[in-house]
Write a protein that binds this ligand. Structure first.
Ligand SMILES: Cc1cc2nc3c(=O)[nH]c(=O)nc-3n(C[C@H](O)[C@H](O)[C@H](O)COP(=O)(O)O)c2cc1C
Ligand code: SF4
Length: 459
């Protein structure tokens, strides 16, 4: 299997002139020639699905915003907070111009005159590339009357959650609001739901300003689609998951890295491209971030498509996979992933924060050999409650990940109950700081000391 370079170029594009020489800008001209509705139709015909995690159809999202009342906005999501994922930063490193062009196309399609491109303050290189690309696009007159602002947000995982992202763009903390962006967008003046708005009629009380939030890879893909056509895009991938996807593979493989592949390529093929298991080791499990159920090694022939991963009870997520071999203790993995989610939970929905904290404590107790059979019963009932009344998907992630590990690796839990031993090897949640051109993964270990109120002891 060779890596493709459809959306992710081989080398960084450094100036707008270089970008235009390589054919950049053609997509924006094509969109303007087509008009807003035909631009949305082209994206709908391509079958493009969002690369931020949920795989939502981009054409459907743009349609609902284009037809909504009030002002319209577009937000490009380059927060990239999912563990085991680095593809957005690589894209922002190599082709920030395509992200700006895709954002401009989305804005044109939905009738927005203001757009935002958001990434983490900590991702200094990405932020500087996006600012440079925006400035050069503006100076070259490519944006016409569209204003694009680069927003630098906090490190918190929730910053990338679309309802929290809008809060950050508006200058607040990343606490998910109640309604989704297409219902309650940027700078909306309607109440955000409840009896008030319904009894008075939303349209009487202000504007909902429907907003498109798309992942940066989605927007870059949209630019390629406008330049080359929906039919071209559908020559790659599967019927339900057309095109390519940029996959991150880290963990227990010989050569971790980022590879663009056609959707429908098997997970096994991408792992093989990364050199497979280390010598003398056998692979056990893969996790697409911390959002979906574990994929056991027996299922590694699964196609990387939204439908195939859903069929085995998991999900493609942001296509960032953490791979573990037979030296990893799955109780330890469950405990670390649960701790990450518990810390990152914002606590607006008490079951999410409280149950995920308690589940983390119980997993840690099992890993230490400090638990008995009764712990499982209590933990299972907590896993059922952790999603109660939740505003966002984080609590479901906790439920998906922990329950699936319990089901897939009961022997690891049994071993801790019987031998009461500590794990031989301790894993950390795979937050990535960098993947160098030489293929070296630099992990970010700061999260190990982060406290449930998002502070650090040394701050
Ligand atoms: C806890 C949480 C964190 C998320 N983090 C990100 C992120 O860092 N980047 C991203 O693009 N989407 C993230 N998402 C998904 C976004 O909410 C949203 O679905 C996505 O940006 C939509 O873009 P798409 O349709 O192009 O996929 C996150 C979702 C959740 C629940
Ligand atoms: S589900 Fe969890 S993370 Fe999401 S808003 Fe509620 S408490 Fe916060």
């Amino acid at each position: 299997m060779v890596s493709l370079h459809v959306v992710l170029p081989k080398q960084p594009i450094r100036t707008v002139d270089e970008y235009l020489d390589l054919g950049g800008g053609a997509a924006l001209y094509a969109a303007r020639a087509l008009g807003p509705q035909a631009t949305i139709d082209e994206i709908t015909a391509s079958g493009l699905r969002g690369r931020g995690g949920a795989g939502f159809l981009t054409g459907t999202k743009w349609t609902s915003v284009a037809t909504g009342g009030g002002r319209h906005y577009v937000v490009a999501n380059g927060a990239e907070g999912e563990p085991a994922t680095f593809k957005d930063r690589l894209l922002m490193r190599r082709d920030p111009y395509r992200i700006i062009e895709g954002t401009a196309i989305a804005a044109f399609a939905v009738g927005a005159t203001e757009a935002f491109v958001a990434t983490k303050r900590h991702y200094a290189e990405a932020a500087s590339n996006l600012r440079r690309a925006t400035l050069e696009f503006t100076e070259a007159g490519l944006l016409e009357d569209l204003a694009i602002t680069v927003v630098e947000g906090p490190d918190e995982y929730l910053f990338g959650e679309e309802k929290a992202l809008l809060e950050v763009v508006e200058g607040r903390d990343p606490l998910p609001r109640l309604l989704p962006p297409w219902q309650h967008g940027l700078f909306a003046t309607v109440p955000s739901g409840g009896w008030e708005s319904e009894s008075a009629g939303i349209s009487d009380r202000g504007q909902s300003n429907p907003t498109v939030v798309n992942n940066v890879e989605t927007l870059a893909a949209a630019a390629h689609i406008l330049a080359n056509g929906a039919d071209w895009y559908r020559t790659m991938g599967t019927t339900e998951s057309p095109g390519t996807v940029i996959v991150t593979i880290v963990g227990d493989v010989v050569e971790p890295g980022v590879h663009e592949v056609e959707l429908g390529t098997s997970l096994n093929d991408v792992i093989a491209r990364c050199g497979g298991a280390r010598e003398g080791r056998r692979l056990r499990a893969a996790f697409s971030g911390v959002s979906n159920a574990v994929i056991r090694a027996e299922d590694f022939d699964v196609a990387l498509s939204y439908e195939a991963l859903a069929a085995i009870g998991s999900g493609l997520g942001a296509a960032g996979f953490a791979i573990y071999d037979d030296s990893a203790d799955m109780v330890d993995v469950a405990s670390e992933f649960s701790r990450f989610l518990a810390i990152e939970s914002c606590g607006q929905c008490p079951p999410c924060k409280q149950e995920s904290m308690a589940i983390t404590d119980q997993l840690a107790a099992i890993a230490r050999g400090d638990a008995d059979d009764a712990t499982f019963g209590v933990m299972n009932s907590r896993l059922l409650r952790v999603t109660d009344a939740n505003r966002c998907y984080l609590g479901t992630e906790e439920q998906n990940v922990v329950s699936s590990i319990l089901r897939a690796f009961p022997e690891d839990f049994a071993a801790h109950l019987e031998s009461r031993g500590e794990p031989a090897r301790h894993v950390s949640v795979p937050l990535i700081d960098d993947i160098t051109d030489a293929g070296q993964v630099v992990y970010d270990h700061r999260h190990a000391t982060k406290r449930p109120d998002w502070t650090y002891p040394d701050a």
